[in-house]
Write a protein that binds this ligand. Structure first.
Ligand code: DGT
Ligand code: CA
Ligand code: CA
Length: 578
């Protein structure tokens, strides 16, 4: 059974959680958590390296013991330590950790004090009002837990884009090796770069469908074959992800790719257009009566209904067809357009690498500038900076010269509950770039949360609002805010909005990117890298930006450095205090 970096990271993460539930040594817990982060963000396929008998590269924070465990997981899919922990604790307890708001500490309390060992029991205890009495919980938390448990029990699971991608890429690579296969492509929401993916849709063309079908259902990671026919099959993978395969003749490739890429709403709109021209569109082609007039390529399908090619990220029936008809489609921003990155952390707060290491890694990605934006003091858990340590960091950034990349002195300053900032203006005024972010009081009522952020944007020192909705995909809902008001405030004050590209955030949402564009606010696609590997985040961020119709000119960090500096100066010029 092939093992992916995501699997290794998951084993480490689970070990860390279970050790924490057992109240093991915090340093040991942290070591596993850090290892999970490092491995999960690595582009190098560790299991493949182990299989090929290669020595593992030296990774930060991974000593001989952890390296040994990586080898063990790569070979066996699990670790003896994890199995041992599973025997010591109830098996379903890891599921409790997936409930938003429940970390190891709370799970421990629920388990020890109330004997809760599964989501179903959690739901029952919350309904009966048994949880509110536990120290550190309360009625409000109990209600939130009840809702989360119910959502968990009812809703089918969706996978984060980057996670689905890892499993899909490996499967597709395998299918490409089937005899007689001429093309294999990913379709569905994964191709449209949706932030979460319900199942993976794969399309193949082949001389004969038999061989590729057989290979698909026998793929090593298949846990269950859900359905199987001559040209279509569905399987459930060991990871819990479902994959659908369709095999079509080559002359239908474009039509089938279009059909299975969706979205469904986009397809329906295209079919209507076709009907108005007396044509019929399906997964085999575009037909006039019984004659096929298009279908080998996606372009030919669009051309048959009088449209130019529409990029997959736009296919949501959100006006893209009308825009295509009027030749007004956006020329979507691309990863290569990014000139720099304006949000990254270092060892000065909760980052894993030094300022210099981050600069080198950013340069290796072809970036020409990088803002180091560590946390401010309020985030004590992340070792946020107070004015004294910030001063020292500024010195270090000024001293750090790396040819080919310009470092900017920045900070990710906390927005306090009343909308004031965690550091005084006199300190913030020393910096090239201040980005402000909400990291607390997520539950404020909508009007107050909005006011809080508007007030922060009023502060002339603030150039940018980071991760405007504060959501963590699948783990924390966005906080309640009036985004239109925030976008308009940003426009009025000349501020910028971040599209945080961290795979768990992807925040702004696509629709808000478009709102920012419409209101004339530049969006910065930032990695929020906490380690050198996390500049990878930018790829998904660009996917989200494209779903939000953004063009190169709409993206702040697609501007060359002098232009960026001019924009920041203009913003600061309005800032008398800074
Ligand atoms: P997901 O899997 O929930 O993340 O989203 P999708 O978009 O991948 O949806 P999925 O897997 O159910 O179907 C893949 C594509 O197949 C979908 O985007 C469009 C096409 N499709 C599925 N069902 C229908 C349908 O009833 N009518 C039309 N026109 N297209 C459909
Ligand atoms: Ca799908
Ligand atoms: Ca599907």
């Amino acid at each position: 059974m092939p093992v992916h970096n995501a699997d290794i990271a998951r084993v480490f993460e689970e070990i860390a959680d279970l050790l924490e539930i057992q109240q093991a040594n915090p340093f040991r817990v942290r070591a596993y958590r850090n290892a999970a982060l490092t491995v999960g963000n690595l582009s190098l396929d560790l299991a493949a390296a182990v299989r090929q008998g290669k020595a593992l590269p030296k990774l930060p924070g991974i000593g001989a013991d952890l390296a040994g465990k990586i080898g063990e997981i790569a070979r066996t899919g699990t670790a003896a330590l994890l199995e041992r922990l599973h025997q010591q604790l109830p098996p379903a307890i890891t599921e409790l950790l997936q409930i938003p708001g429940l970390g190891p500490k709370r799970v421990r309390a629920l388990y020890q004090d109330l004997g809760i060992t599964s989501v179903a029991r959690l739901q029952r205890a919350a309904r009966e009002g048994a949880i509110r009495a536990l120290p550190g919980f309360g009625a409000k938390t109990e209600f939130a837990i009840l809702q989360a448990a119910e959502a968990r029990l009812s809703k089918a699971r969706r996978f984060k884009l980057v996670v689905a991608e890892q499993y899909a890429d490996a499967l597709i690579d395998d299918l490409r090796r089937a005899r007689g296969v001429t093309a294999v492509a990913v379709a569905g929401s994964l191709r449209r770069m949706r932030e979460t993916v319900g199942d993976v849709d794969i399309l193949a063309t082949a001389d004969q469908s038999g061989e590729v079908m057989r290979r698909f259902v026998r793929y090593a990671e298949v846990k269950e074959v859900i359905s199987q026919g001559p040209t279509r099959a569905s399987v459930l993978l060991a990871s819990g992800l479902q994959a659908d395969l369709r095999v079509v003749p080559e002359e239908s490739y474009g039509a089938a790719l279009h059909y299975f890429t969706g979205s469904k709403a986009h397809n329906i709109a295209i079919r209507k257009l076709a009907q108005a021209r007396g044509l019929k569109v399906n997964e085999y082609g575009v037909f006039k009566g019984r004659r096929r007039i298009a279908g080998q390529t996606e372009e030919s399908v669009y051309a048959a209904v009088g449209l130019p090619y529409i990029p997959p990220e736009l296919r949501e029936d959100r006006g893209e067809i009308e825009a295509a008809r009027r030749a007004r489609l956006p020329r979507l921003v691309e990863l290569a357009d990014l000139q720099g990155d304006l949000h990254a952390h270092s060892t000065w707060s909760d980052g894993r690498h030094t300022v210099r290491e981050m600069a080198l890694a950013a340069r290796a990605r072809g970036l020409g500038y990088l803002a180091i934006t560590d946390h401010s003091r309020r985030l004590a858990a992340a070792h946020g900076l107070d004015p004294v340590r910030l001063g020292k960091q500024i010195d270090e950034i000024e001293r750090t010269r790396v040819e080919g990349i310009t470092l900017l002195k920045g900070i990710e300053v906390d927005i306090l509950e009343d909308g004031t900032l965690d550091l005084p203006d006199s300190v913030l005024g020393e910096l090239d770039l201040v980005i402000a972010a909400v990291h607390s009081a997520f539950g404020l009522p909508r009007a107050r949360q909005t006011e809080r952020i508007l007030r922060a944007l009023d502060n002339p020192c603030v150039a940018m609002l980071a991760h405007p909705l504060g959501r963590l995909i699948g783990a924390r809902e966005p906080y309640e805010v009036d985004m239109l008001k925030i976008v308009r405030q940003a426009a009025a004050r000349g501020r910028f909005l971040e599209l945080n590209a961290h795979p768990e955030r992807l925040d702004l949402l696509d629709v808000h990117c478009r709102m920012a564009k419409d209101e004339g606010v530049l969006v910065s696609v930032n990695s929020d890298a906490h380690s050198v590997a996390q500049f990878d985040n930018l790829r998904c961020g660009i996917g989200q930006a494209r779903r939000g119709w953004l063009e190169k000119r709409d993206v702040l960090n697609a501007r060359p450095l002098p232009e960026l500096q001019a924009l920041l100066r203009r913003q600061a010029a309005g800032a008398a205090a800074c």
